[in-house]
Design a protein around this ligand. Structure first.
Ligand code: 3HC
Length: 402
């Protein structure tokens, strides 16, 4: 095995293992685990599909050997491996692993979802977005591009204008590339109403917030939305680190509160994680799933736990890449090992610079607090680059200079 493929496997196998555990503990369906990584991170295949291709015994044995060396609980093979192997489900070449196959094709089995909605979705004709950062701007564009009039609320007139300018620029690029007519771009821009007054959200059917990830700020917003929004409006948060049930508890209508977690860049990545908390209404889940469908996003379902599906799988892997670099692996070599070995669209360091090292650090701290494995502790180098203001593309420098 080449050094490069050994490096790629060392980063990818613990992530595969974690995906197997997520399925085993029924946190999410196998389809949602795989779709999460495909559509949230642009991976060519989901992790459970990859394990089926490699063979469960191969992956289990490699993990067991690594676990014997490191003692790291993230390297201890998930119970899913032995359970499935004992049933003869050793992977695609055996006709069954996490999925059931006919040749190379997945075929339906007992675990295949029926695709039937369970409740009555509420009609959504208009959308409100609170926030003006990268995620909010991307979401506003997505909703407007798919026919929803969007009222968005920013903290200052300058921020309101910056959002519409950023969307106009994105659309202009599409027009320049011949992918959109100018008339259609104008229609999309015509659907935007920017304001600094939250009161303008009184009439929208769905509000999605993407403001600062600080509990006090979000709590205050939810209490305010409760006061402002009409009865029956769905109140969604894009939080990736705060407890959704706590945000819901700021309102008199917790059944209307739900998580809608988009991925960066939101206008491009096709995934939305739809997250319930114990009191979310089934009709609310069906409503946001419908809205995802209308905006051509793929919805996956999971419950309110740090990292949901994708961040919980992705960020420990990114952290492991930083650790490998601390131990001497070259940044370009790591990125190349992953893009060439596993055909990921970006290597871990390229992705960290897109996501933002500060965001990565915050998410890793949340994961450590929830799952408490010492090996989830953020790499010292990540703390150092954040302390030095090297946040990624947005600050001009992260692990690379931009
Ligand atoms: N903003 C808006 N549009 C962008 C963009 C950006 N930052 N980056 C690329 N695009 C657009 C391009 O304009 C292009 O659109 P077009 O086809 O209409 O012209 C399209 O995306 C494809 O771009 P390119 O062909 O230039 O580049 P790639 O083929 O390299 O694709 C990518 C870019 C889609 C970003 C791809 O590299 C990818 O999938 N990367 C993985 C991103 C990822 O993992 N995101 C998840 C991060 S975790 C997260 O968001 C969770 C949060 O809680 C932190």
């Amino acid at each position: 095995m080449s050094d490069s493929s050994a490096l790629a496997d060392a980063l990818v196998f613990p992530y595969l293992n974690h995906a197997a555990s997520m399925f085993e503990e029924k946190y999410a369906s196998r389809e949602d685990v795989d779709n999460g990584m495909r559509f949230g991170c642009g991976l060519p295949k989901g992790p459970l599909t990859v394990i089926d291709e490699l063979g469960l015994e191969t992956v289990r044995d490699a993990l067991a050997a690594r676990h014997a060396e490191t003692g790291d609980p993230r390297h201890e093979p998930s119970a899913a491996f032995d359970r499935l192997i004992a049933d003869g489900r050793t992977g695609r070449s055996a006709g069954a692993g996490f999925y059931t196959y006919d040749g190379d094709e997945v075929v339906a089995d007992d675990l295949t979802p029926s695709g039937v909605g369970q409740g009555e979705a509420r009609p959504v004709k208009t959308v409100g977005v609170v926030g003006s950062g990268t995620m909010a701007t991307g979401m506003i564009e997505v909703f407007a591009a798919h026919g929803f009039p969007v009222t968005y609320v920013a903290r200052s007139r300058e921020k309101v204008d910056a959002v519409s300018a950023a969307i106009a620029k994105n659309l202009a690029r599409k027009v320049d590339k011949g992918r959109m007519e100018q008339g259609d771009a104008d229609v999309v821009l015509g659907r935007l109403t920017g304001t600094t007054d939250r009161g303008a959200l009184g009439d929208v059917d769905l509000v999605v917030e993407a403001i600062a990830e600080e509990v006090g700020i979000k709590n205050e917003l939810f209490a305010d939305l409760d006061r402002i929004c009409k009865p029956g409006a769905v109140l969604a948060t894009t939080t990736s680190s705060l407890c959704i049930a706590d945000l819901a508890a700021q309102t008199t209508r917790p059944q209307d509160v739900v998580g809608m977690h988009f991925f960066n860049p939101a206008s491009v990545m096709k995934l939305v994680e739809v997250i319930d908390h114990p009191r979310t209404g089934q009709d609310v889940l069906d409503t946001v799933t419908d809205v995802c469908r209308s905006t051509r996003k793929v919805a996956v379902r999971c419950s309110d736990r740090a990292g949901f599906i994708v961040n919980a799988l992705l960020f420990p892997y990114l952290n492991d890449a930083i650790r490998a670099h601390e131990e001497g692996a070259d940044i370009d070599a790591v990125d190349a090992a992953i893009t060439e070995g596993y055909a990921y669209p970006m290597g871990p360091f390229a992705l960290l610079d897109v996501v933002g090292n500060d965001v990565a650090l915050a998410i890793e701290e949340e994961l450590l607090a929830e799952f408490t494995h010492e090996s989830l502790a953020p790499a010292q180098l990540l703390r150092d680059v954040v302390a030095a203001g090297k946040l990624g593309r947005k600050s001009g420098e992260g692990f690379r200079v931009h």
